[in-house]
Each structure stands twice: as C-alpha cells, then as structure tokens.
Ligand binder design. Structure first.
Ligand SMILES: Nc1nc2c(ncn2[C@@H]2O[C@H](COP(=O)(O)OP(=O)(O)OP(=O)(O)O)[C@@H](O)[C@H]2O)c(=O)[nH]1
Ligand SMILES: [Mg+2]
Length: 561
C-alpha cells in the first residue's frame, strides 16, 4: 500500500512544514539582499478616456430635416493620489491603474456622463515622483502609444487609422465626409489643438514634474459651523493624471457651409503618467536591534497584540518593517498592557494554541458579532471593535516601527540590506533593543550604532533609549547568586551606555530592562517613548528663528532708523 509508506501528515508534520516554508521564504529574501522590500514601486497610470461624441439628427413628425442633435461625450475620470494613515505598505497598490472612462454622447442632445474620479490611496510617508522622459522604467504616453500602434503602416494607412481614432461618422458617410472642405477644416484645427496640448504637456513635464511628499493626512476643511446642506466635498488628494476631454457631438460642427454635419469627434485618451512611489514609513519611534533580540515581540506587546509581526526563534524573521500604534491613557497605562498573564509567544506556537482552542470548542458558545450588536442595539456603536474600550481612556498615541534585524555590514547590503533604514530616516526617535540574556549585550550596541552611522552620518543621534529585553531569562529561579549576577550585568550595561553612547543633544540614553514576552516593565518604556515623541513633536511645531522675526513687532513708523 502506497499510503503505508507515506502516512497522512499528523499535526506535528504540519507544524514542521510550516516552519520549513517560513525558513525558505527568509532564505529567499536574504538572497535578494533586501532588494525586494516593498518600499519602492513604479505605477503606470492612465486617466479615463473621454466618451465619444454622437452623430444624430433630430426626428419629429412633419419635420423631415431636423437639426443635428448628437450629444457630447463625457469627460474621462481624473486620477488622484491621496495619503492615508490606514495603510503601511505599498503592497496593496496595483502596478497599472486605469481611470474611469466617460460615457459616449447620445441622440437628442444627451451628453455622456463624466467618468468618476479615481483615488489611489497610499500610505502616509510616501514620496511620489514622476518618471521623466528617457527613463527606461517609464511607460509610453498617449502619443507614443499611438505612434507604436502605427508602426509598419504606409502613409495612407496611417492617415486612415489616425482618422479612425479621432472621428465618428454617420453610417455610410465616412467616405463622403473626408472629401468635404468643412471636414478638412475641422480636422486641421483638431490636429492643431492636439499639437498645442502635446507641447504644453512636455513643457509641464520639464518645468514642473509631479513631486509630492505625502507626509500629512489630508483632512476635510469643512468649517464646523457650515450651514446645513452646504455643498461640501471630501478631499480627493493630489491630481496626477487628468482624464481626456469628451468628444464633440455633431451640432458642434454646424456652419453656414455645412448645415448637416455627419461627423463627430471621439473622446481624447486620458493622460498617461508613470510614477515612482517611495515609502518612507512615518513611525515616531523605530526599533533597531540584532536579529532575534525580540523587536517583533516587543511591538506586539506594546500594541496589545494588534500589530501582527511574525515572531520566531530564528534570525531574520521579520522581512519588512511593520508599524503599530501605541495608545496611552492619562495614567500612563497603554492598550493591551493591562491584561494580566498575557504571554506574547512565537507566532507558530500561538497559532497552534489557537487551533487547539478552536478544536476543543472553547468559542462555541461565544456570541457572534451580530448577536452582540443586537444586544447593544440601543447604543448603535460597535462595542466589539478591537480597542473600543480604550477609546475614552486614550489621551496620547504614537506609532512604532518594528524593523528587520540589523547586523554588522548591513549598510553594505549584507543580510537584509539597508533598505529599511531608509524608512527610519524620518522617525522622531530610535530605540535600541538588545538581548540582555546574551553574554555581552553591550557589544551589540556598538555594532548597531556603527551601522546607523554608516548608513547616514548623524542618524545614531536620534537614539534615545536602550531596551534590554528578555530580562525574564536572568535571575534563574530566584536564587541569590543568579539575581546578583543579573543585577551586575544590568549595571555594566548602564555603565557602558553612560560612557559610550550619547544622544544628539548630549544626553545619556535611558536603559530599561524589560520582558516583552511577559509584558514586564513596559509601562516605563511607553512613558519614556511618550516623552521623546512629545518633545520631538513640540520641536517640530516650534517657530523657526525666521518666523520669530516676523512675529516680533517692528520699530514704530517714522522712528529714526
Ligand atoms: N524569554 C523571552 N523570550 C523572548 C522575549 N522576547 C522575545 N523572545 C523570544 O525571542 C525570539 C525572537 O523574537 P522576535 O521577536 O522574533 O525577535 P526579532 O528581534 O523580531 O527577530 P528578527 O525579526 O529576526 O530580527 C522568539 O523566540 C521570542 O519568543 C522575552 O522577553 N523573553
Ligand atoms: Mg522580528
């Protein structure tokens, strides 16, 4: 029997397979040397094309020759780009984006509907650049695309195809139209307009290429006392590609010479733009540490398990930066930090426990979301939403970023490379995470600082705190010798930090022993981080000396100089 040789995989095998799969992924990522961090993306965008104009004539009883009545086409939808704090990676953004087309015009003067605008949502901290002409990553613009489709045709065929792309004819009048002078005139003027548009576009590309540093959320600026029913639009973001104009219906071509124009124009194609997106994550505090120091565990502990970052006992578990939000109450407690007995273990172990819990049927009698909603129907608030109970308590929030492990030479792109360091350039503060159970945790610190400096001189000055993790592993079972040894180790670490590491303003770095896994001493960490973030934010808000000059009253008019 074939099956006897390969028995069906039991639970353990499944775990093993999972582990292997994850390891393979890590290895693959390491081989890429960090080139596959999703912090850069090229997107080619086509705004919606305009709808075609219509050729029609009005028909009515006793009116054999009604006037031309074709409606205009609708405008193609514009494409906007808008930062949102709800995204933290570029992974959800499509590489090709098409705007909504405008609808075609119809008879009896019915104009086509305009295409709805399309909003590309990108994470806060994204930098948007237009890729210039001549760059190989740029995709073709609308004229180059047409040029390409005409390749290999002779002059006559080209002309015919170009006409096809631009004109709509009344059935069976195509041939007759193009010989008419009035058509030729219109065609000439259409090409002239097109050349002007093309020129203006090139000029715009050269003089003001699209560039946006999307580091602020765009909030609707509706005044709170606006009258009811006042017209109001939510912000769409920054316009990056405008939709094509709609085609003109045949009434537009009515003239003394041509009383019954039998042609209309097609809609123009939407703008085609290629943008390079670069993500510089905007986290207030960035974690820096060797692989396996417990950065991901700490992120989960500080966010009450809400930020999902993978945790495992091998190096380079984390492959991309992950951002989490820390919510702090007035008394210094933080969301998720209050649950007693919660352990943040390795992801696989947690998944296994969860699976067992489900199989045991522990959640079988729990109310479903709909049932609980019914219970709270009078309140009509989603009280089951994660974090709801903390909404009232929250007085401050900041974001933290878990990063892949840093190893020596990583700024030369060994290991996972330095790509993610770029995402930390804009953090307000950095936190070193070291493994206190390692024989000499202080040595790690020098390597980490070195790496930061190698990547960008001065970057290590943002470091404000050393978090000595895995403190639970020290002190043995509480016997005196081990406890004394642990205290001695911590003291050495503190001494080392005091002597060798200083932050940007010459202050000592704080040293805090914690256990991320068992959520110990984290309130202290949160409190300290909060002060760093607050200070840095205040500094950002403070007026610059130049602004202060403006604020100061000048000498009174007519006073001697
Ligand atoms: N005993 C103990 N173990 C911990 C603690 N924090 C983390 N660990 C364990 O340390 C191992 C590594 O944790 P991670 O959070 O994945 O470490 P990391 O720094 O994110 O590692 P990379 O993503 O590879 O850089 C896991 O097995 C954790 O369970 C702690 O406070 N105490
Ligand atoms: Mg990690």
């Amino acid at each position: 029997m074939a099956n006897a040789q390969f028995p069906p995989a039991p639970e353990e095998d499944e775990g093993l397979r999972d582990r292997l799969r994850r390891r393979r992924r890590t290895e693959w990522k390491r081989k890429q040397r960090g080139q596959t961090f999703l912090d850069n993306l090229i997107v080619s965008i086509r705004a919606g094309s305009g709808g075609d104009g219509c050729v029609a004539f009005h028909r009515e009883k006793f009116k054999p020759y009604g006037p031309p009545s074709g409606g205009n086409g609708g405008r193609g939808g514009d494409v906007y780009i808008m930062p949102t704090p709800h995204l933290t990676t570029l992974s959800a953004i499509a590489k090709k984006i098409r705007g909504n087309p405008g609808a075609n015009g119809q008879g009896t003067w019915q104009n086509g509907k305009n295409g709805e605008p399309l909003v590309i949502r990108v994470p806060l901290g994204t930098i948007v650049r237009e890729i210039p002409r001549g760059d190989s990553r740029r995709s073709k613009d609308e004229w180059e695309a047409e040029e390409e489709s005409l390749e290999g045709l002779n002059a006559e065929e080209r002309l015919e195809k170009m006409r096809d792309n631009r004109w709509v004819h009344y059935p069976r009048f195509g041939e007759a139209n193009i010989t008419r002078d009035s058509f030729k005139e219109s065609e000439k003027s259409l090409y002239r307009h097109e050349r002007e548009r093309r020129l203006a576009r090139r000029q715009r590309e050269l003089e003001e290429p699209i560039y946006h540093d999307l580091d602020k959320e765009m909030i609707s600026s509706r005044p709170v006392d606006a009258p009811l029913g006042a017209r109001h639009r939510e912000p769409l973001g920054h316009l990056v590609a405008s939709g094509g104009s709609g085609g003109l219906g045949n009434p537009h071509f009515l003239s003394q010479l041509n009383r019954a124009p039998k042609f209309a124009t097609r809609g123009q194609p939407g703008e085609r733009i290629t943008l390079a997106l670069e993500l510089k994550i905007l986290a207030d505090v960035g974690f820096v540490g060797m692989p396996n120091a417990g950065k991901s565990t700490l992120l989960r502990a500080l966010t009450g398990g809400r930020a999902k970052s993978e945790v495992a006992s091998y190096a380079f578990t984390t492959l991309n930066p992950v951002v989490g939000i820390v919510r702090v109450a007035a008394d210094g407690t933080f969301e998720g930090g209050v649950k007693p007995g919660q352990v943040h273990d390795e992801t696989l172990i947690e998944e296994q426990l969860e699976r067992e819990r489900m199989q045991r049927g522990d959640a079988a009698h729990a109310l479903t979301r709909n049932q609980t909603a019914e219970r709270h129907a009078s309140l009509r608030v989603d009280t089951d939403r994660g974090g709801y109970h903390f909404d009232m308590a929250e007085t401050f929030r900041f974001t933290i970023a878990d990063n892949p492990g840093l190893i020596s030479d990583s700024s030369e792109n060994v290991g996972l490379g330095h790509s993610f360091l770029r995402s930390m350039e804009r953090s307000l503060a950095l936190a070193y995470i070291v493994d206190l159970s390692a024989p000499a945790p202080w040595e790690e610190l020098l390597v980490l600082r070195e790496e930061l400096e190698k990547y960008q001189p001065g970057m290590s000055r943002k470091a404000r705190i050393v978090i000595a993790n895995k403190a639970d592993l020290l002190g043995g079972d509480g016997d005196d010798a081990a406890v004394i040894e642990a205290k001695e180790k911590l003291r050495r670490l503190e001494e080392f930090v005091a002597e060798r590491l200083l932050s940007g303003d010459g202050r000592k770095l704080d040293v805090v022993p914690v256990s991320a896994k068992f959520s110990q001493n984290l309130t202290r960490v949160v409190g300290l981080m909060r002060t760093y973030v607050q200070e840095a934010r205040d500094q950002l808000m403070a007026p610059t000396p130049k602004e202060l000059d403006v604020l100061q009253p000048g000498p009174p008019l007519g006073a001697p100089q």
